[in-house]
Structures are given as structure tokens and as C-alpha cells.
Design a protein around this ligand. Structure first.
Ligand SMILES: C[S@@+](CC[C@H](N)C(=O)[O-])C[C@H]1O[C@@H](n2cnc3c(N)ncnc32)[C@H](O)[C@@H]1O
Length: 304
């Protein structure tokens, strides 16, 4: 198998939102199952440690293509998971899995000039089809920071998107259309990503910027979008302060016309019932499919 992403940057709790959504959805659909979970491209092992913590009663597997990183992974988090060298055969032999996480692996970031030659869409399709072979029907595929849209790939058509209030981004890397033209180009990823749109590609809807959790449809089931509400604001809030932040406030230079402006609306509140403090965040962004803005559902965040 070829290496895709050369950068091995990783962090603990990097995909907490997507993983929490996967956990809730799998609790609904496979409540009594001891899950098998694969970190595809586990780098030095931070994702494995995160999965181990978030899914304490389940079995975690990690595969990595780079031998040096594989060694570090085995040394540091080897007791937390079954770790193996990434190959088509090894993935098939350790599967099938109920949850596969491909985070920041199916891309090249920073994007080289010949990115679509080094990682063409055909290669992306092959890799997601290979992972699909090792995912059970009803299983969840988390795919973030990918160079192409999973929903557009042949195998992606057999998946239902799982959407949730807490997942508001699919990542920050450059995204290409299947015709190898740029679709979203990262202007800056400090703070919140600033994306510039290119060409005339129109995604299926505005949640394209966030879609990153997918459920493998059961045979004969009808396509559907699954909507989950994980963090609704509680009743009885007293607003203390209110302000808005734009993603473009983090840009180091003047942003081009076709950039996606994301607004973060914060209402810092006191919860009347308990006296605790927190904030309601409402995110909206320039619509990708029409005029105006796309407004997401508000979420509640306790402040310790
Ligand atoms: C940016 S890191 C992401 C690490 C982790 N998934 C995360 O999100 O924190 C990308 C990792 O994918 C690995 N990788 C690249 N191509 C791979 C492949 N074909 N199979 C398995 N791992 C691969 C790289 O060696 C690197 O360690």
C-alpha cells in the first residue's frame, strides 16, 4: 500500500466531536456489541489513546504505514490496542470493524502543486473502497481532513450521513473535485479555517462543510440522513454577555471574495437552576448552495 499523507502531525482528542457522534449512533444501532474500532493511519498513537479513552469497553486497533511511527506507536500505546502495519491484507485480516477512523490520512497537507497527480481521486476511491470492505453493514466511517468528498465517491453512495449539532467542520485541508480542480482552498487554518471556494462545483447542501460521519447502509435500507442532537441549550438561561467572532478575523491578509465566512455567535450565560456558567454557540456560514447564510442549531458548552 502507498503512503498518502506524509505529515504525521497528531493530537489527543482531535476528533472528539465526530467520535462522540459515532459513539452515540453505535449505542443506538448496536447497543450490546463489543465494538471493533480501527484508527487508520495512527501516527505515533494519539488517536489510539483517544479511542481507548472514549470507547473503554471496546477493542481498538491501529494501523500505520511508516515503520518508524509504527515502532513509536507500539512502544507508547501498544498496551491499549492491537497495532499493525498498514496493508490491504492486514486490514482485512484484523477486520471487519464497526468503526473506522481515517483522520488526516487521505490528503496531502500542506498541498503540493502536483497534489492531484500524487494523490488522484482514483487512489482515494480505491482506499475508501478497501476500508469499506472491512466495515460491517451499519458500521460508522469517520473521515476528516480528506482531499476529496467521501459522499461523491462510488462507495460513499452506499452510506447515510450522520449529522449532529456538535460537528461543524470536516477539517481544514484543501479539497478537490473529482475532476481534479480545486473546490475549497485553505487560506488560513489558525483559529477557524478560512476556505476560498473555486469553480462551479455545488455540493448537495450546506452541511458539506461539516459532513464527516457516515453510516454504512444496511442492505435494502432506504437512503436517509441521520440527525442527532447532542448538546442542546438547556431551559432557564440568563444571558450575561453576547458577541460574535468571524473566521476571517484570524486571516493574516485580506480575504478573497469567494471565501466562506463563518460566524460564531456566543452568548455567555448563567444556568438559573444550578448557578453554573456556560455559553450558547450558534455557527452560521455563507451558503454554499444559494444566497444568504446557513444557520446551524445552537449548542451548549459548560465552562468549568
Ligand atoms: C497527519 S497523520 C494523522 C494521524 C491521526 N490519524 C490523527 O488524525 O491524529 C497521517 C498519518 O497517516 C499515515 N499514513 C499515510 N498513508 C497511510 C496508509 N496508506 N496507511 C496507513 N497510514 C498511512 C502517515 O504515515 C501519518 O502517520
Amino acid at each position: 500500500m502507498q503512503k498518502v499523507q506524509f505529515n504525521f502531525h497528531t493530537e489527543m482528542f482531535r476528533q472528539t466531536e465526530q467520535l462522540a457522534v459515532a459513539r452515540v449512533r453505535l449505542q443506538q444501532t448496536m447497543p450490546d456489541r463489543r465494538l471493533k474500532i480501527l484508527s487508520f493511519g495512527s501516527s505515533i498513537g494519539e488517536e489510539i489513546a483517544t479511542l481507548r479513552f472514549m470507547f473503554p469497553d471496546h477493542d481498538v486497533y491501529g494501523c500505520e504505514i511508516d515503520d518508524r511511527l509504527l515502532d513509536i506507536c507500539r512502544r507508547s500505546v501498544g498496551a491499549l490496542a492491537t497495532i499493525f502495519k498498514s496493508s490491504v491484507e492486514n486490514i482485512a485480516a484484523h477486520g471487519p470493524f464497526d468503526l473506522i477512523v481515517a483522520s488526516a490520512v487521505l490528503c496531502l497537507n500542506p498541498t503540493p502543486l502536483n497534489a492531484v497527480e500524487l494523490f488522484p481521486v482514483s487512489r482515494f476511491d480505491e482506499l475508501v473502497a478497501m476500508l469499506d470492505e472491512s466495515l460491517v453493514p451499519g458500521g460508522i466511517f469517520v473521515i476528516t481532513n480528506a482531499a476529496y468528498r467521501f459522499t461523491e465517491s462510488p462507495v460513499g453512495k452506499n452510506y447515510d450521513t450522520v449529522r449532529a449539532d456538535i460537528v461543524s467542520t470536516a477539517g481544514h485541508v484543501d479539497v478537490f473535485t473529482r475532476a481534479a480542480t480545486p473546490y475549497l482552498t485553505q487560506i488560513t487554518s489558525t483559529g477557524s479555517v478560512v476556505y476560498q471556494r473555486h469553480g462551479d462545483f455545488v455540493p448537495r447542501d450546506d452541511e458539506d462543510l461539516a459532513d464527516s460521519v457516515f453510516e454504512k447502509r444496511l442492505p435494502n435500507a432506504k437512503p436517509a440522513i441521520r440527525e442527532l442532537r447532542l448538546r442542546p441549550p438547556p431551559q432557564g438561561l440568563t444571558v450575561i454577555t453576547h458577541h460574535k467572532r468571524l473566521n476571517i478575523d484570524w486571516a493574516k491578509r485580506r480575504v478573497p471574495d469567494r471565501c466562506v465566512v463563518i460566524e460564531f455567535d456566543y452568548q455567555f450565560c448563567r444556568l438559573d437552576r444550578t448557578g453554573e456558567f456556560g455559553y450558547v454557540q450558534t455557527i452560521s456560514w455563507t451558503s454554499l448552495v444559494g444566497e444568504g447564510v446557513h444557520r446551524r442549531l445552537p449548542t451548549w458548552h459548560l465552562v468549568p
